[in-house]
Ligand binder design. Structure first.
Ligand code: SF4
Length: 329
C-alpha cells in the first residue's frame, strides 16, 4: 500500500537522544523526510550527523541507550514506531532491508555464507520452501549480485571473501527481503574506490530493475550525485536543506551545503580546498538556535536564539535557514 502522494515512507519530526555517562546527547531534532514509491533519495552530511541513527530508527534497531523522544514514522500508512515486534519483524523479512557500511559486521564469522543466506531466504518467503528451492533462490540472489561461482561462495566462510565480495553477499541477502524499500548506509565507504564504484553501479541497476525505493546514506557527494533523484542534507542531527539532486548541486542554498560542496577536492583543481572551518557542536549541549551557528560565516543574532523554520526557496527546493526567512514569518 502506498500513502497519499505516492509516499511509501514518511518520517515526521523525529527526535532521538542517547543516554551516556556524561549526560544526554540530543542527537536528532525535527528530522522529517519522505520517500516516494520507486524513488531514490540520498541523505548526505559529515560523519556523526545522525544519518545512521535516522535509519536505525526506521528499522527499529536503535541501541538500548537510545531515547526516542518524539516523532512518527509512517511506512505504507502505518506508524511503525507503534506496531508490534511481530509486525516489525515481518516488515524486515518481507519489505524493508538495510545494507550496512562494514560488510563484515553484517555476516556471522563462524558460519559459512550458505546457512546465513538460506535462513534469510527461508524466512522471507510467504510459503514453506523445500531445501532445493531455498538453495536455488540463494544461488539466484548471489548471481543477481554479480558474484561469480555462487556454489563456492555458499561454501565459504566470510573471512575467505574480499570486502567487495562480502558486500555483494550482503546485497544478495537484502534482495531476498527488500521487496519495497532498501536502505544502504555508506555501502561502498569501506571498500577500494574501484570496488565502491562497482558496488554502486550494481545497486543502482538492481534498484531500478526491481523498482525499489532506496535511501542512500553517504558523506561522499560524488557518490550520491549520479544515483539519487532527491537529496536531504543533514547537519548535527537536523535536516538543513532538501530538493531535487540537480537543484542542490547547481544552486546550493544553505551555508553548510555550499561549504560542503566547495570542500570536495577537484581532480583538475589548482589547490586543495580548505574544508569547513570549526567543528560540529557537542550533542551534550547543542546551540539553542541553528546548530550550524557556531561555524556559519553568515550568522545573525536570531540564529543563536531560534531554530530556523523550513522555507521553500524554489520549486521543490527547501532550506532551513534564517537567511531565507520571508516577510512576516
Ligand atoms: Fe547561518 Fe543563521 Fe542560516 Fe544558521 S540560520 S545557516 S547560522 S545564517
Amino acid at each position: 500500500m502506498v500513502m497519499e502522494n505516492g509516499k511509501i515512507l514518511e518520517v515526521k519530526d523525529l527526535a532521538v537522544s542517547y543516554k551516556v555517562y556524561e549526560g544526554i546527547l540530543k542527537v536528532l531534532r525535527n528530522v522529517s523526510f519522505y520517500v516516494l514509491k520507486g524513488e531514490k533519495i540520498g541523505i548526505i552530511g559529515e560523519s556523526g550527523c545522525g544519518k545512521t541513527t535516522s535509519m536505525k530508527s526506521i528499522m527499529r534497531i536503535l541501541p538500548t541507550n537510545a531515547l526516542l523522544e518524539g516523532g512518527e514514522i509512517y511506512y505504507k500508512g502505518k506508524n511503525i514506531l507503534k506496531i508490534s515486534k511481530k509486525e516489525m519483524t515481518y516488515l524486515r523479512r518481507h519489505s524493508i532491508s538495510m545494507i550496512f557500511q562494514d560488510p563484515s559486521t553484517a555476516l556471522n564469522p563462524v558460519f559459512k555464507i550458505g546457512p546465513q543466506i538460506y535462513d534469510i531466504v527461508k524466512y522471507s518467503s510467504d510459503r514453506r520452501l523445500t531445501k532445493s528451492e531455498i538453495h536455488e533462490l540463494a544461488i539466484s540472489y548471489l548471481k543477481q549480485a554479480a558474484l561469480p561461482e555462487p556454489e563456492r561462495i555458499l561454501d565459504s566462510y566470510p573471512f575467505q571473501l574480499s570486502g567487495g565480495m562480502k558486500q555483494r553477499v550482503n546485497i544478495a541477502m537484502s534482495l531476498a527481503s527488500a521487496n519495497d524499500l532498501l536502505i544502504a548506509d555508506e555501502p561502498g565507504t569501506s571498500l577500494d574506490v574501484t570496488i565502491e564504484d562497482q558496488i554502486m553501479r550494481l545497486l543502482k541497476s538492481i534498484v531500478e530493475e526491481k523498482h525499489l525505493s532506496i535511501i542512500l546514506i553517504s558523506h561522499a557527494l560524488g557518490t550520491v550525485r549520479g544515483f539519487v533523484d532527491r537529496i536531504y542534507v543533514m547537519y548535527a542531527g537536523t535536516i538543513v536543506e532538501y530538493g531535487p539532486t540537480k537543484s542542490i548541486f547547481s544552486n546550493p542554498l544553505h551555508p553548510y551545503t555550499r561549504l560542503l560542496i566547495e570542500s570536495v577536492p577537484k581532480l583538475m583543481g589548482k589547490k586543495i580546498p580548505e574544508g569547513i572551518p570549526g567543528v560540529v557542536p557537542s550533542y551534550l549541549n547543542p546551540p539553542l538556535g541553528c546548530r550550524f551557528s557556531t561555524r556559519c560565516p553568515f550568522k545573525m543574532d536570531i540564529c543563536e536564539r531560534e531554530m530556523p523554520q523550513v522555507y521553500e526557496a524554489e520549486d521543490g527546493h527547501f532550506v532551513a535557514c534564517h537567511l531565507f526567512r520571508k516577510e512576516g514569518s
